[in-house]
Design a protein around this ligand. Structure first.
Ligand SMILES: [Zn+2]
Ligand SMILES: [Zn+2]
Length: 366
């Protein structure tokens, strides 16, 4: 085994990425070491580089959703079904760890995604603590981090085409509580929005409409089964966009609207697209992009609206979303969402392309 391995480090907000060498980690008892197969580049990495997330322990190795091959385990490991995980297995893992199971948020509120002890690979892990991000040749799986073997028939590209948008979109749809034949509008055509459109259909939605940009992402939405798409670039007036939704819903608005855009202005606009008594889920405002005015009377009270936030995802969402991907891969072919693959040495280019939205899903393959 080699003694050194390479990783890409983000030293701080706005600073150029650096390639650095690290000692090859050894598996701790209950942990493992993976040889990296692919890591994703997502909007979160761009936000990290812009310094828009608080509490990030720079320098970090980005890359929070990953696929790798087990090189070494620290003793016997198994998945949640009790099946052993051995060297050579192709796996992903739940990128969140350290959720304590002992605090008020975990035990009383049962909102584990708000546990203050929670950490996330590639986001709240420092490069000083080792290879804890996926833009690298190897990654260390700490004791307690849950590995998920890729199901039979699922290739790394299939899972990585979903990326973090897969469990996030799944969680948003679960929050939305879609009823059979509900009409759903998804605001945003990035990976979260596209996965929300997929899982809305699998939840029994009637028509799913996607409002977003640019054209390539909307084309992907159509291929994934959207009944119709609206290009934000072509229709600049928010009032006209809300009318576009009402025209397709007998003048009433959608039963469910899922915001996955990241733009605060999408929230009052989305509430205008919602029918009376409808449900609105906000999942796209992962970073603080500013304030926006809503009309409490018209948007919420008189509309009798239910408004739900959706923060992160839990193991259950990743586990079930991966099983759904395995079952419906032939229909949705998630790997089509991968626009481009980059070597470790091209990480800066990957980040720049994601920033410009010229890619839907980008992979780093060391
Ligand atoms: Zn806790
Ligand atoms: Zn991500």
């Amino acid at each position: 085994m080699r003694s050194e391995t390479r990783a890409v480090v983000m030293p701080g907000p706005g600073l150029p990425l650096e390639e650095r060498r690290f000692p090859v980690p050894r598996a701790k008892p209950g942990g493992a070491v993976l040889e990296m197969v692919a890591s994703e580049v997502c909007g979160t990495d761009v936000h990290l580089h812009h310094g828009r997330l608080s509490g990030v322990p720079f320098p970090i190795i980005p890359g929070h959703v990953n696929c790798g091959r087990v090189v070494e385990t620290g003793g016997d490991l198994s998945d949640v079904d009790g099946r052993p995980i051995r060297a050579g297995a192709l796996v992903t893992f739940f990128d969140v760890f350290g959720t304590c199971g002992a605090c008020w948020h975990c035990l009383v509120a049962r909102s584990a995604t708000r546990c203050p002890h929670r950490k996330v690979y590639g986001i709240t892990t420092s490069a000083r603590d080792g290879l804890l991000g996926g833009w690298a040749e190897a990654i260390e799986i700490l004791p307690g981090v849950r590995l998920l073997p890729l199901p039979d028939g699922v290739a790394p590209e299939d899972f990585m085409g979903g990326g973090c948008g897969l469990p996030t979109g799944f969680h948003a749809v679960e929050r939305a509580g879609i009823a059979l034949n509900d009409t759903v509008v998804v605001q945003g055509s990035g990976p979260v929005g596209l996965n929300a459109a997929i899982f809305a259909q699998l939840s029994g939605a009637g028509e799913v409409f996607v409002v977003g940009a640019p054209a390539a992402r909307l084309e992907a939405a159509r291929e994934l089964g959207a009944a119709d798409v609206l290009d934000l670039g072509a229709v600049a007036d928010p009032g006209e966009r809300a009318r576009w939704v009402r025209d397709r819903t007998s003048g009433r608005g959608a039963d469910v609207v899922i915001e996955a855009s990241g733009n605060p202005a999408a929230v009052p606009e989305g509430l205008e697209m919602l029918r009376d008594g409808g449900r609105y889920v906000v999942v796209g405002q992962y970073t603080d992009a500013g304030d926006v005015a809503i009309n409490p009377h018209r948007h919420v009270n008189r509309r009798h609206a239910t408004i739900l936030g959706c923060w992160g995802y839990e193991f259950t969402h990743l586990h079930r979303a991966l099983a759904m991907l395995a079952r419906h891969n032939a229909r949705f072919r998630w790997r089509r969402l991968i626009t481009r693959e980059y070597r470790l040495s091209e990480a800066s280019q990957a980040l720049a392309d994601m920033e410009r939205l010229s890619v839907v899903k980008a992979l780093i393959r060391p």
